[in-house]
Write a protein that binds this ligand. Structure first.
Ligand code: SF4
Length: 325
């Protein structure tokens, strides 16, 4: 029997012994409407699939990686119908996230047309680490309105120990270029990691900003250590103010960046429900929320200005309030 071709790992067979460990594609770790994606795709109904093709040391949802066969599973038609349920807060986009959605491709292929039927006005977003088999790029470009690519590393010597693949940077660059060439509307996110400004963030931003096509570059400076990163010598801290300033200076003049203006959104009904969110409390007492739902909005609005400023695309408290009229 031929091996799995859903990602560049090319395992002999999908299952508990494969790299992603997913026996049944389409298991969901968490889903709900979040408010802190780029304005063009926010608020977003996010579907976090289990299973990933990488093992990033700083992953904020490690349970999705290390327990890939745990989680909700619904037939694609039922999941799409539930996404359209009026009990959810309003959203402008549906984003497939993970883990990585591309290790769930057999399910995603059925989910996309179901979402088009049940939530026809929502943009569909593929949020991927870009460790993608290039053979899938044309289909993914056609299927989604947006490709959001998180480019985590540039240098193989960094990606090997910290993400589980020295091959990842070259694959991500090839995938980004393939998506751009295929005409995808791309947001390339560069999460700046402490100690990786010169080796990874700088060349990644330069590459992304020079790509032809409909490409926006989002330099993210809000990194906070989570999970296995907390004990890591290099990744166990946030960025210093000097590193944030240096990261923001990486964008060359004229680079396209995400839109600073929020999109209008329907008013949130008083009966709207947000799901419970996982959170992590560090030894220093800091609490990390990987997802910001409407229930958590007052917490974000009350953040100290120095912390809010790290979310460079956040806008003002008034912008946030737009989502919760
Ligand atoms: S999707 Fe999973 S099983 Fe398939 S090649 Fe990638 S890691 Fe291996």
């Amino acid at each position: 029997m031929a091996g799995c071709t859903d990602c560049p790992r090319a395992c002999a067979a999908r299952g508990p012994d494969s790299y992603c460990g997913t026996s049944r594609p389409g298991r969901v770790f968490w889903r709900g409407v979040t408010l802190l994606e780029e304005h063009a795709i926010s608020p977003t109904y996010e579907i976090y699939f289990t299973g990933c093709s990488l093992r990033c040391r700083f992953c904020t949802v490690p349970d999705a990686l290390y327990a890939p066969d745990v989680g909700e599973w619904m037939p694609p038609e039922d999941l799409a119908r539930d996404v359209a349920d009026a009990r959810h807060p309003p959203f402008n986009a549906v984003s497939l996230v993970g883990g990585d959605p591309t290790v769930n491709l057999p399910y995603v292929r059925d989910l996309v047309p179901a979402l088009r039927r049940h939530v026809p006005t929502a943009d569909l977003v593929l949020n991927t680490n870009l460790f993608v088999d290039l053979r899938h790029a044309p289909w993914l470009t056609d299927a989604f309105d947006w490709i959001v690519g998180d480019v985590h590393f540039w240098r193989p010597a960094c990606a090997g120990p910290l993400a589980g693949s020295r091959d990842y940077p070259a694959a991500a660059v090839a995938a980004g270029e393939a998506f751009a060439a295929a005409g995808a509307r791309l947001i390339l996110r560069v999460l700046v990691l402490p100690g990786h400004l010169d080796c990874c963030a700088a060349p990644t931003v330069a590459w992304a900003a020079a790509l032809p096509g409909d490409v926006q570059v989002h330099v993210m400076t809000h990194y906070a250590p989570a999970g296995r990163a907390r004990s890591h010598a290099q990744l166990g801290r946030g960025l210093t103010d000097a590193e944030i300033a240096a990261a923001r200076a990486l964008l060359p003049p004229g680079a396209r960046v995400p839109d600073a203006a929020p999109r209008p959104v329907r008013a949130r009904l008083a009966t709207a429900e947000d799901p419970a969110v996982p959170f992590e409390v560090g030894p220093d007492g800091r609490v990390l929320f990987p997802f910001v739902t409407g229930d958590l909005l007052p917490v974000v609005a009350d953040l100290q200005p120095a912390l809010r400023d790290r979310l460079s695309y956040l806008g003002t408290p008034a912008d946030l309030a737009l989502s919760t009229e």
